[in-house]
Design a protein around this ligand. Structure first.
Ligand code: SAH
Length: 354
């Protein structure tokens, strides 16, 4: 119990760490040094911080923690994608994926243990939401993948388990930490955040004027179909969502991208492409088409590749820019919508039987 209440230094932005160390009577430069140890040199052990006074390190060791998830399972796909099952300090397990692209390594991070949004095609939400991840826990997903591979991570997508805008404050702190020049310094332009469409939070995000890419999980151009796939559409239907996307673009000067997961017989007809084009034409937004990935217990099956290409072609003809997202890691269930949280108990049982 005591352990849990300790302050986790990994959760603090440089500014917050500076205030904290000042409150301990330490000079400001110590904060920068310690921040660098945690977020640039990626140490998880106080004794490694060799430029710090012993007494301070001892005090920190007794009263604080550093996020250090353990790798419970590591699976590598034939395409090079790696999926990690990471165990957090309280025993909860989440998944993180590292993908290799020609422009560099991308880490797909989870932002919550489970998800409360209930999308019918997504494995991450099937067992509900347990809790939010802290800023330091999200950052530690990136650091763990970086240390495990020994390779630099250049891009981040907030597209793992959880709804990032449903954990708004922690996600904002994470973005500040991960893009901080004293840390791993991953530029906002190399970060994408995906949301199922929480309208008030899209407006709140717009006010921050971040240079990240906002992806909105649209998946259908009518309320009837979208509500059948995503319960969130009942709270924020298209007539609220699309204007919020327009406001976001106007406020930030950044183009939105729409994710559209293609489900056979549900949202993949030529009529749907036409309705979609009518809905978003003129926004300059980009549509990312993703044949839906198989998820146990989901009633949906994927549109075949030829039809996806036809749909893309039709959108282009109608003046909407569309690309087909490459599927990585399907052989290890590491693709969109296939990540799951796990209880520590389940994962130790699995390890014993594997
Ligand atoms: N909660 C956020 C981010 C998580 S998922 C969101 O909803 O956007 C990242 C993307 O994968 C989302 O567009 C999500 O709708 C999509 N997705 C979920 N399950 C999927 C599946 N089985 N196949 C393809 N895409 C899926």
């Amino acid at each position: 119990m005591e352990e849990e209440k300790r302050l986790c230094l990994s959760d603090l932005t440089l500014e917050q760490l500076t205030d904290y160390l000042k409150s301990l009577g330490q000079p400001g430069f110590r904060a920068k040094q310690i921040f660098k140890w945690i977020h640039q040199k990626l140490v998880t052990d106080y004794t490694a911080m060799t430029d710090q006074p012993k007494a301070l390190l001892e005090q920190l060791r007794q009263t604080t923690t550093i996020a250090a998830p353990t790798i419970r399972r590591r699976q590598q796909s034939k395409d090079g994608t790696i999926k990690y099952l990471l165990q957090l300090a309280d025993g909860n397990c989440i998944e993180t994926v590292l993908m290799r692209y020609h422009y560099g390594n991308t880490v797909c991070v989870s932002t919550q243990v489970g998800c409360a949004m209930g999308c019918r095609f997504c494995a991450s939400t099937q067992a509900g939401r347990v809790r939010d991840l802290t800023p330091g826990e999200i950052a530690a997903e990136v650091y763990t993948a970086q240390k495990d591979t020994g390779e630099r991570v250049s891009h981040i997508v907030l597209m793992g388990i959880g709804e990032p805008l449903h954990n708004f404050d922690n996600v904002m702190a994470f973005l500040e930490i991960i893009s901080c020049p004293e840390g791993v310094n991953i530029g906002m332009r190399n970060i994408s955040l995906s949301t199922c469409g929480l309208v008030p939070k899209i407006d709140e995000l717009a006010k921050r004027h971040l240079q990240l890419t906002l992806s909105v999980s649209l998946h259908a151009p009518t309320n009837e179909v979208r509500s059948s796939m995503m319960p969130v559409n009942d709270a924020y239907p298209l007539e609220k969502l699309i204007p919020a996307c327009r406001r976001y673009q106007k406020e930030t000067g950044r183009r939105i991208s729409f994710e559209y997961s293609m489900v056979r017989g549900v949202n993949d007809s030529p009529q749907m492409a036409q309705t979609l084009a009518n809905l978003i034409r003129g926004m300059g937004a980009h549509v990312n088409l993703i044949p839906i990935n198989p998820v146990d217990g989901s009633p949906y099956s994927a549109t075949d590749d030829a039809n996806v290409r036809r749909f893309q072609h039709q959108l282009e003809q109608l003046g909407v820019n569309a690309t087909i997202r490459r599927r990585l890691g399907t052989d290890i269930s590491a693709a969109c919508g296939q990540l799951r949280r796990e209880d520590a108990k389940e994962s130790s049982e699995r390890n014993l039987t594997e």
